[in-house]
Design a protein around this ligand. Structure first.
Ligand SMILES: Cc1cc2nc3c(=O)[nH]c(=O)nc-3n(C[C@H](O)[C@H](O)[C@H](O)COP(=O)(O)O)c2cc1C
Length: 299
């Protein structure tokens, strides 16, 4: 069972040691945002230098789906004031090849690995959680619920009932710690957060990207027309959601959205998060999270 954790601004009570996530104690407070740091590509470029100065305490994989996905057509990333809009579309090699090719290599990273999964139906989610949960390289599983359930047509993370069903199904299939990554577009974020916690989530992570678009010469710049906004532009929105969710549940919250410096991370902790994740900042500097990791260690 997760430890209780203090919520509310400036909660200094858990600054020494963050609460466990299920039975798991991450070695520090700094994660990466799923899909924003390709550890295997970075290893190919930086080699051992990356392992010696790994910027995160926990590595979160990009979201894996049961079947391979090529993602959306380019252009799929556009820069905007204080952020970026992406419509990457979750390209990934699918569950079988991820397990065979990538996970053994991710297991050699110097930090625990959390695998992010997304299922468009209960069965798809079940297949992912069962298979990933069996693997010893996996410290935790993150459920990305920002997708429609093909059976109901509802975006899972926008609906407390859909979220509860997805989390309960996953919970029954694994004893690994379960993190649920919330959708920022839910109309009642606290209700979805409580539904996830009551259904057995060990932690909640938020925020995912906000719907957004960029125009150039009178047309959307991204091939798909719109995407998800991330980076410093969303930090005030993210902080507000983290504050709401942290006050609504007693499980730990992993806060993210525009964190680029130590002061940003401190704001998320003050808003009630126990852990933080760095996303878009990694594209500017793959070691952007390192000073944050060091500073939060020293707390
Ligand atoms: C290029 C890109 C790819 C992303 N891919 C994923 C993904 O595969 N799964 C996921 O849950 N979130 C994904 N995200 C969302 C991030 O993990 C994070 O929640 C969001 O970007 C907010 O944090 P940030 O402002 O620090 O980037 C992606 C974000 C970006 C910019």
């Amino acid at each position: 069972m997760a430890d209780e954790h203090t919520t509310g601004e400036g909660a200094a009570g858990d600054r020494d040691e963050p609460p466990a996530i299920g039975g798991w104690r991450p070695p520090g407070r700094v994660f990466n945002g799923s899909g924003t740091f390709d550890a295997l590509a970075a290893l190919a470029v930086f080699g051992d230098a990356l392992l010696e100065r790994f910027p995160f305490d926990v590595y979160v994989s990009k979201t894996i789906t049961r079947e391979p996905r090529v993602g959306n057509p380019p252009p799929r990333i556009a820069e905007t004031a204080a952020g970026m809009v992406n419509s990457i579309g979750l390209p990934n090699k699918g569950l079988a090849r991820f397990l065979a090719e990538d996970l053994p290599r991710l297991g050699e990273l110097p930090v625990p690995v959390c695998v992010s999964v997304m299922g468009h139906s209960g069965d798809e989610l079940a297949a992912l959680v069962a298979a990933v949960g069996e693997r010893e390289e996996v410290a935790a599983i993150e459920l990305n619920v920002s997708c429609p359930n093909v059976e109901s047509g509802l975006v899972i993370g926008q609906d407390p009932g859909e979220t509860a069903r997805a989390v309960a199904r996953a919970r029954a299939l694994t004893t690994k710690p379960l993190v649920v990554k919330l959708t920022p577009t839910a109309s009642d974020q606290a209700a979805v957060a409580r539904a996830a916690a009551d259904a057995g989530a060990d932690a909640l992570s938020l925020v995912n990207t906000f719907p957004g678009t960029v125009f150039a010469r009178g047309r959307p710049l991204l091939a798909r027309g719109h995407g998800g906004l991330s980076g410093p532009a969303i930090k005030p929105l993210a902080l507000a959601q983290v504050r709401t969710v942290a006050a609504a549940v007693r499980i730990p919250v992993i806060g993210m959205g525009g964190i680029a410096a130590v002061a940003d991370a401190e704001d998320f902790l003050a808003a009630g998060a126990s852990y933080v994740a760095v996303g878009t900042a990694n594209f500017r500097d793959p070691l952007a999270a390192l000073p944050i990791r060091k500073a939060l260690r020293a707390m």
